[in-house]
Design a protein around this ligand. Structure first.
Ligand SMILES: [Zn+2]
Length: 321
C-alpha cells in the first residue's frame, strides 16, 4: 500500500486532479474538461484517477485513499449526488459507481466542503479551532472545518448561507425563494448586475468603479456589503476563529478583502456588540491555488471509507481483485 492519495475536483467546466504525498504536498496534477451528464461525469473522474495512477505506476486500489469533490447535494455516507445542475446530474450513486469502476473505495464530498478542507490544509490552520470557508463562485456557499473535521449538518446543508433570503423584494432565486444572499453576492449575481468585462467581470466592475463610474461604484459597493453580511452571518452562527474567502471573486484580492474589512469596521463603530467580535481581523483570503478542492478531496479520503460505498461498489466491481 502506497502512502500517496488522489483527490479529484469535478467542476462545471473542468476536472482537476492531484496526487498528494504522505506530507500532504501536491506531487502531480492533471486538468481535463468535464463531460456533461452522468456517464460523462463518471468517465471524467475515472480517466483522471486512472491516468494519475498510471503516471505514479501504482494501481488505484494501492493508493492510501481516493476522494472526489463535486457540486450539488452530496450524501458523504452513501456517495450519492443530487441536483448538480451545471453537470446535468439529477441523481447519481457516484461513490458506488466509481468504486465499481476503479476497484477501490472512493469518498465523495460536496465541492465547497472539499475546498474548505483544502484551504484549511494549505493555510496551515491549527488542528484544533474553527474555520469557515466562504466560497464566492458562481454561487455563494460556505463549508465549516471544526477541530480539523468537516461539519456537514444532518442533511449536508450546513453552510448553505447563499439561500438565506435577505431582500424580500429581491430577485427570484433558482431555489424558489426571493432575494437570497446568493442573488446579491456571487459570480451569477455579478453577471446579472454587471454583464460587462469579458471573462473577468469582477475586475472590470472594480476598474470602472475606480475610474469614477457611479453605476459601477454602486454595484461594487452593494456586492461588498453583501459579502460582509455573509461574513457576519458565519461568525454570528458558528463563532468561527476565521472566515476565509475563496472562489472566483476572491481573485479581486485586497480590493475585495479591504472593502469587506472596511464594512465590518464601520459596523463596529456604531455597535459595541460587533466591535467586541473583532470581525475585520477574523476575515482573510484563501491562497490563490487552483487545486484547493482537489487537495481537500484527497484529504477527506484520509478518513475510513463509508462502508456502504465499499460493500456496494466492490460487489459491482468490474476490476479484477
Ligand atoms: Zn436561493
Amino acid at each position: 500500500m502506497s502512502a500517496l492519495r488522489i483527490g479529484v475536483d469535478i467542476g462545471g467546466t473542468k476536472t482537476l486532479a492531484v496526487v498528494l504525498d504522505a506530507a500532504g504536498a501536491v506531487i502531480d496534477h492533471r486538468r481535463s474538461p468535464t463531460g456533461f451528464g452522468a456517464d460523462a461525469v463518471v468517465e471524467s473522474a475515472v480517466t483522471a484517477i486512472s491516468d494519475l495512477a498510471q503516471r505514479a505506476s501504482i494501481a488505484p486500489r494501492d493508493f492510501a485513499s481516493i476522494g472526489v469533490g463535486i457540486p450539488g447535494r452530496v450524501d458523504a455516507a452513501s456517495g450519492h449526488v443530487a441536483h448538480a445542475v451545471n453537470l446535468g446530474l439529477e441523481s447519481l450513486d457516484l461513490g458506488v459507481m466509481l468504486c465499481a469502476r476503479i476497484g477501490s473505495a472512493v469518498h465523495v464530498e460536496n465541492d465547497v466542503n472539499a475546498a474548505a478542507l483544502g484551504v484549511h490544509h494549505l493555510l496551515g490552520r491549527p488542528a484544533t479551532g474553527s474555520m469557515a470557508y466562504l466560497n464566492l463562485g458562481t454561487g455563494l456557499a460556505a463549508g465549516f472545518v471544526l477541530d480539523g473535521e468537516l461539519w456537514r449538518g444532518v442533511r449536508g446543508v450546513a453552510g448553505e448561507i447563499g439561500h438565506i433570503p435577505v431582500d424580500p423584494a429581491g430577485e427570484l432565486c433558482p431555489c424558489g425563494q426571493r432575494g437570497c444572499l446568493e442573488t446579491l453576492a456571487s459570480g451569477s449575481a455579478l453577471a446579472r448586475l454587471w454583464p460587462e468585462g469579458d471573462g473577468a467581470p469582477a475586475s472590470a466592475l472594480f476598474d470602472a468603479a475606480e475610474r469614477g463610474d457611479e453605476r459601477a461604484a454602486a454595484v461594487a459597493a452593494r456586492l461588498v456589503d453583501n459579502v460582509a453580511a455573509a461574513v457576519r452571518i458565519l461568525v454570528l452562527t458558528v463563532d468561527v476563529d476565521a472566515v476565509v474567502i475563496g472562489g472566483g471573486l476572491s481573485s479581486l484580492g485586497d480590493r475585495l478583502l479591504g472593502g469587506v474589512r472596511d464594512r465590518l469596521d464601520t459596523g463596529a463603530r456604531t455597535s459595541p456588540f460587533l466591535a467586541s467580535l473583532d470581525l475585520g481581523r477574523r476575515v482573510l483570503l484563501a491562497p490563490p491555488e487552483p487545486f484547493v478542492a482537489a487537495v481537500g478531496a484527497a484529504l477527506i479520503a484520509q478518513r475510513p471509507a463509508p462502508a456502504a460505498i465499499v460493500s456496494a461498489g466492490l460487489s459491482e466491481s468490474t476490476v479484477a481483485p
